[in-house]
Structures are given as C-alpha cells and as structure tokens.
Design a protein around this ligand. Structure first.
Ligand code: NAD
Ligand code: UD1
Length: 344
C-alpha cells in the first residue's frame, strides 16, 4: 500500500516541488496550507505534471489544531509529515517578531501535538542555514555552534530544540534539514518561486530584471572580504532540495530505532553575487544590468555548508549546476511573468 504523507505548506516554493517528486514516487499526499504565501494553482499544476490525483488539499492554518486534525483524518493513517509551513522573511521577522514566534514555533507545536494524538512520529522539518548566525569558519558542519541573530532563525532553532526534546521523550524519527539557498524551478517551467511584490531574494530579482520587469539589480555591497567583494552563498537547485526530502523520508521510514538527524542541505560550493549574475548571463544569453549599493542590514559575508553528512547518511548530493538553476528559473519566469497570477 502507498505510504501517506502530510505536507504542511505544500503549495509553497519548496513544498510544491517536493510534492511533485513524492507523487511521482507513488506516495499519497495530504497538503495543509492557508495560502498565506502561495496559490492553489501550484497544486493543480503539480497534479497535472505528475499525472496523479493522489493529492488532497486541506485549506487551513497549521496553528489551528482542528485544521491539522482534519488533515490527519482526511483519509487513511498518515505515515509521515514534512513541515514546510512557516514564514521566512528576515526583515519582517525583525519588524514583527511575535508573529514569527507564533507561526513558526506555535505552528510546529500544534502540528507535533496532532502527530502525537495520531501516533505519527516521523517528521522532516524545514530548518535553515541562518541558524549558524555569522560564522567565520567554513565550510559549516552540523556540529558547529549555532548563534541565530534574527527572530526568523531563532524560531527555527527553537523548533529544532523542541523536536530534540520530543525525540528524547519517545519514539520519534525526526530530520531537521538546514537548507542553504534554494533557487531555480522545475524544468517544465510549470511550477516555480512566486514572490509577492518586490522580491527580497537575489535569484527571483535577477529573473525579473532579465524579463524587463525591473530595470537593474542592486548588489548589496562589494566590500566584503570575498574573492570579488560581493556576498557568498551556497545556492542549490530546488529539485535537488525536493529530492533530498524524498530520500530523508525514506531513511526515516526505514529506521529501526528512534532518532533525530540534523543535516546541511546544500552543494558545498559557495558562489558570489557576481558569480551568479555572470552565470545567469552565460546560461541565458541575457544581460543583467546592475549597480552596487550599500550592504543590506543583517547580511553575512558568506554562508557555505559541508553537505558530506547528508551524503554519508542519505546517499544524497546535489546534482544540478548553476547553469541549470539559471535555465530552469528563467523558463519559469518567461512562462509565468506574473507568477501564478498570470493565470486568467
Ligand atoms: P513559501 O513561503 O513559498 O512556502 C511556505 C508555505 O507555507 C506557503 O505555501 C504558505 O502559504 C504556507 N504557510 C505559511 N504560513 C502558514 C500557516 N500558518 N498555516 C499553513 N500554511 C502556512 O516558502 P518556501 O521557500 O517554500 O519555504 C518553505 C520552508 O522552508 C519555510 O519553513 C522556510 O522557512 C524554510 N526555508 C526556506 C528557505 C528558502 O530560501 N526558501 C531557506 C531555508 C529554510
Ligand atoms: C535570505 C535570508 C534567509 C532566508 C532566505 C530565504 C537574510 C539576511 N537572509 O537569505 O534567512 O532563509 O533569504 O528566504 O535576509 N542580494 C543582492 N541584491 C538583491 C538580493 C540579494 O545583492 O536584490 C545579495 C545578498 O546581499 C546576499 C545574496 O544576494 O549576499 C543572497 O541574498 P538572498 O537571496 O536574499 O539570500 P540570503 O540573504 O542568503
């Protein structure tokens, strides 16, 4: 019988790509999403791409125990959960910290409560590389100290700690995946990243400049101590990240003993802002005009993770390169100039 997986936030950027990978592998899915930052259209497209109807939607808030219970009670027993639902904008978390603690921590607590009630104790949690704070030694290993510097990262680390306590208390199997910077889109261009308003993140900003929606990229600082002065990040293709979730679930389902895993999910290869701009220009043949402006408050010079533990434990490593991230992100942008809102 097919395994049944609950995906919170499954309509979002990473959730929709992961849902597609899991549907293609024959899982049955229940998605819980309140569409705070996504569109039901993403899920329709996921089903079409996978040529599968084995995805049910429960529209609701992860902080609402009744809604989460509805998702658990929708069909047969849920075997495992992937918890994407949450908020991720650093500046917004500084401006409105209570909202971040509520959605990210309280939402996770309510979800774990429902999981206990349904005897489902297998969970993959979306954590972030920003829990490392402002590190100076690279590449980052999972055992290195965490020192989150903004409420967004603090809430993610707090959830990791809550889940550690659960693992110590009972028969849980939990993986906290610390993502680096996911970018790109499914190669079909049917699903992708759909930021509302002006993008905060580098990659969607670049694709919108390429499409002529914005006149130029503003590079936040060229005075960092990096090879060209611009900030370095570990960008990975969202399809590689989606596949990491599927192998993590598989690993947890086959674990005989309860345990908690914490894994970096990245390529291990840091790229500067200028490396990405040039890579995009080369992959697509399109110019990306830019100007250098002041540093963005809160940015760190560099984040680059060591993905060896994920390779050793899961056999997973990123397969797609920057050119593919750029081509696929550009295919999505061209086909959906206004994201899912392009749909009549
Ligand atoms: P996203 O905003 O595209 O997806 C999040 C989804 O959760 C959306 O569909 C949104 O509508 C839903 N959601 C938000 N609040 C909810 C609530 N209270 N109840 C139910 N659904 C809710 O973001 P994403 O980029 O796909 O990120 C997914 C997860 O990964 C987030 O938890 C994020 O913090 C984490 N993460 C993302 C990145 C990144 O660079 N994108 C990096 C590290 C970690
Ligand atoms: C940011 C968040 C991070 C979050 C992630 C996904 C901060 C400090 N970090 O990561 O916690 O998990 O988004 O939502 O906000 N850049 C420009 N011009 C732009 C945009 C970005 O030069 O218009 C530069 C940044 O200075 C940085 C790099 O591009 O050096 C990557 O930025 P971004 O895509 O926003 O990712 P992070 O800052 O790593």
């Amino acid at each position: 019988m097919a395994r049944r997986v609950l995906i919170t936030g499954g309509a979002g950027f990473i959730g929709s790509h992961t849902a597609l990978v899991l549907l293609e592998q024959g899982y049955e899915l229940v998605v819980l999403d309140n569409f705070d930052n996504s569109s039901p259209e993403a899920l329709k497209r996921v089903k079409t791409l996978a040529n599968s109807n084995a995805l049910e939607l429960v529209e609701g808030d992860v902080r609402d125990l009744d809604a989460v219970n509805r998702a658990f009670d929708r069909g047969g027993p849920v075997d495992g959960v992937i918890h994407f639902a949450g908020l991720k904008a650093v500046a917004e978390s500084v401006a409105n910290p209570l909202h971040y603690w509520d959605v990210n921590l309280n939402g996770s607590r309510v979800l774990a409560t429902a999981m206990e009630q349904h005897q489902c104790r297998t969970l993959v949690f979306s954590s972030t590389s920003t829990v490392y704070g402002e590190p100076e030694v690279f590449p980052l290993h999972e055992e290195m100290p965490t020192a989150p510097v903004h409420p967004y990262a603090q809430t993610k680390l707090a959830v990791e700690q809550m889940l550690s306590a659960l693992c110590r208390s009972g028969d849980w199997r939990v993986a906290c995946l610390r993502y680096f910077n996911p970018v790109g889109a499914h190669p079909s261009g049917r699903i992708g990243e759909d930021p509302l308003g002006t993008p905060n993140n580098l990659f969607p900003f670049i694709t919108q400049v390429a499409a002529g929606r914005r006149d130029k990229l503003r590079i936040f600082g060229q005075d960092y101590s990096t090879h060209d002065g611009t900030g370095i990040r570990d960008y990975l293709h969202v399809m590689d990240l989606a596949e990491a979730h599927s192998v993590t679930l598989d690993h947890l389902f086959h674990s005989t003993a309860p345990h908690q895993l914490t894994l970096n999910i990245g390529t291990g290869c840091g790229l500067s802002v200028l490396d990405v701009v040039r890579g995009f220009e080369k992959a697509t043949g399109l110019p990306i005009p830019y100007e250098v402006v002041a540093r963005r408050p809160g940015d760190v010079p560099k984040l680059e993770g060591c993905p060896q533990k994920a390779k050793d434990i899961l056999g997973w490593s990123a397969k797609r390169d920057l050119a593919q991230m750029c081509r696929d992100g550009w295919t999505w942008q061209q086909a959906n100039p206004l994201g899912y809102r392009s749909v009549p």
